[in-house]
Design a protein around this ligand. Sequence first.
Ligand code: ATP
Ligand code: MG
Length: 452
Amino acid sequence: MNWLKSLVAGKRSPRAAVRRIPRSEHPISRSQFTQGTLRTLYGLKDAGYEAYVVGGGVRDLLAGEAPKDFDIATNAHPDQIRAVFRSCRLVGRRFMIAHVRWGQEVVEVTTFRGAITDEHERDDTGRILADNEYGTLETDAFRRDFTINALYYDISDYSIVDHVGGLEDMQRRIVRLIGDPETRYREDPVRMLRAIRIANKLRFTIDKKTAAPIPSLAGLLREIPPARLFDEVIKLLQSREAVANLEGLHTHGLLKHLLPMTDAALADERDAAFIRQALTNTAERIAGEQSTSPAFLYAALLWPGVAREYRRLTEREGQHANVAIVQASEKVLAQALHHVMIPKRFSLPMREIWTLQPRFDARQGGRAKRLLAHPRFRAAYDFLLLRASVGEVPQGLADWWTRAQTADQLPPVPSADDEEVSTDAPRKKRRRRRGGRGRRAGAPAGAPPDGE
Ligand code: ATP
Ligand code: MG
């Protein structure tokens, strides 16, 4: 970011609130935008409106990262946007967004938002309810969350407009909320999650004052509709920065409000290793442009809770494995659903991945063959590999199932002694954990361990 150094150093007059960086002094070129973005920008401009690229697209290009998409802001009102583009659809209830379609590509266009005033209807935690006022570029800039998200690329002269000191923060590599942090989090608690995600994506630091109120306000996440939280959790954990994001959520006290059982599991060394390994695999698959599934991810995040309950039911209550795993799965899923919504299309496969795990123990004849033919075998087998990689089941068991898939006949089952070495560590762990559970007698299910 050398271009920024010369730009920021000494040039800014303290009174100048708004700053315009001409094309010659910043690195963003039109050729970096998508075709649909350019057509939308020019469509608006040619119809006499202002049009800017703003948000993550500008931020990521300035940071040298590949943007996910480009959002457009304009002074045209939604009905005016629709009059410009035949392929425009208006969506959204709280604040209308225009979707302009160019073949496969859909470009999001929003009208500048007006300033937040005391007139705005809020709920009793400070969250803004009704929000339909339109405004100018300046009011729009102050409504955005972080300074680095409020930089506007102007299609009329290719300059960048900065009202909030976003360019300095780009250079300092800081994620900073615009305005008073506590007020901004109360307006929309999801900003706490966005701070962590954006900081990790760019390897920036969260400004001290922006980070400070998070632990005490983390409970506000409970006010957010579960469907929105589900999307945000997926954005955080089904990403290349999944491991760092999980750490961030945990250390800022957010994870216990999203996935309390996952948060509690991090206190156990092997459970934490299991969750990290699952996130590392996900991140590697994303980096390799392989598909990943939210069902597998959630199955892994909640597995330590399922496994614990399964052990309790089988070891303490003497339940049959197949019954115990179903009950443990139902219980953990029901608890998780208090905090985040998990759509049925994901919770059904999750349950199958879990309930198939004890069936890997049966390695003979018909039962093994039926398991191999199960439609969810592949995901459940990948899950078994994950468990083996942290020593939860013997590697020999996983290897056997690897061979079983390609062999004409089921491979011979090694004697228990051959697999003894790799089961040693988990057994020790189990004994220790049982003691821990005793100490926590009376704690509600899913509660974080003492001292958290
Ligand atoms: P990415 O697209 O990489 O996930 P982004 O910052 O572009 O990150 P979007 O959800 O696409 O995220 O939002 C686009 C822009 O809208 C943001 O950059 C920001 O300016 C604004 N914005 C998004 N969410 C909020 C919010 N909760 N509060 C205020 N402004 C927001
Ligand atoms: Mg975006």
